[in-house]
Ligand binder design. Structure first.
Ligand code: NAP
Length: 246
């Protein structure tokens, strides 16, 4: 999709903007004219490089999404800002086999992928203007069984449930809440998994469009959901999976 400047004058916070899908979303929203708050975990340098390449000045905000106290501290640093767009993208993909998963590993997955979506949204609410858009990044794993990765899918199913309920809860404030569910996307998250040619071949066979996704496939749909064209869409999940889910 060609940028059309549809987000001129808008301000957007993207979590996990340092790489992968979050970075592509930030680039796309900036190309549409939005000013960005770029969130990262600990390492600021990828975001400093990204910020330097964007057409408008952006702000860098840091927080470990596994820690509520860090999320709250991050929003204290953003007090007084107004936001039109929140993209809850930061996430992790870890195996949690039913045998051998440590409590800390399960807690981290739930904290980063699920709880942070709730706490970041709660913290962002005072900054969000009427008409604002919230886009949560889910996964087709929310609706598929994946042996050895049950908790990841469960966190994403919960994110989709949150999306529907928050869409209702925030409708009176004219805040629209939707989710995008990618299939497999070529990012650092999946690089090791697909370094095995047999695993890659199996995955490609399940993608009717014959390729894995790239971050821009997802970013374009997020940009649509943030645009005026999506003004009557709320509580929905859009699969961006090259037909994987069907
Ligand atoms: P990625 O390349 O691994 O990037 C993950 C991003 O999340 C990074 O910016 C990372 O920050 C941030 N993050 C991770 N843990 C964090 C923490 N504890 N606190 C704060 N930030 C943290 O992943 P991706 O593939 O772009 O995935 C982005 C989203 O899409 C995730 O929600 C993922 O579940 C979802 N998704 C991905 C795929 C896929 O195939 N790639 C498919 C479906 C859904 P640092 O750089 O600082 O670590």
């Amino acid at each position: 999709m060609k940028p059309s400047g549809s987000l001129e004058g808008k301000s957007a916070l993207v979590t996990g903007a340092s790489r992968g899908i979050g970075r592509a979303v930030a680039v796309r929203l900036a190309a549409e004219g939005a000013e960005l708050v770029l969130h990262c975990n600990k390492n600021r340098s990828p975001l400093e490089d990204l910020a330097a390449s964007l057409p408008r000045p952006s702000t860098i905000a840091q927080a470990n999404m596994a820690e509520l106290s860090e999320i709250r501290r991050m929003f204290e640093s953003l007090a007084g800002r107004a936001l039109d767009i929140l993209v809850n993208n930061a996430g992790i993909w870890r195996p949690t086999p039913i045998e051998g998963t440590a409590p800390e590993a399960l807690d981290e997955l739930v904290a980063v992928n699920l709880k942070s979506v709730f706490w970041v949204t709660q913290s962002a609410l005072p900054l969000l203007k009427p008409g604002a858009r919230i886009v949560n990044i889910s996964s087709v794993a929310a609706r598929l069984g994946v042996a050895g990765r049950s908790v990841y899918g469960a966190t994403k199913a919960a994110v989709e449930s949150l999306t529907r309920s928050l869409a209702l809860e925030l409708a009176p404030r004219k805040i629209l809440v939707n989710a995008v569910a990618p299939g497999y996307v070529e990012t650092d998250m999946t690089a090791e998994h697909f370094s095995n040619p047999a695993v890659l071949e199996r995955a490609l066979k399940r993608h009717p469009l014959g390729r894995l996704g790239v971050p821009e496939d997802v970013a374009d749909v997020v940009a649509f959901l943030c645009s005026r064209d999506a003004r009557f869409i709320t509580g929905q999940v859009i699969n961006v999976s090259g037909g994987f889910i069907i």
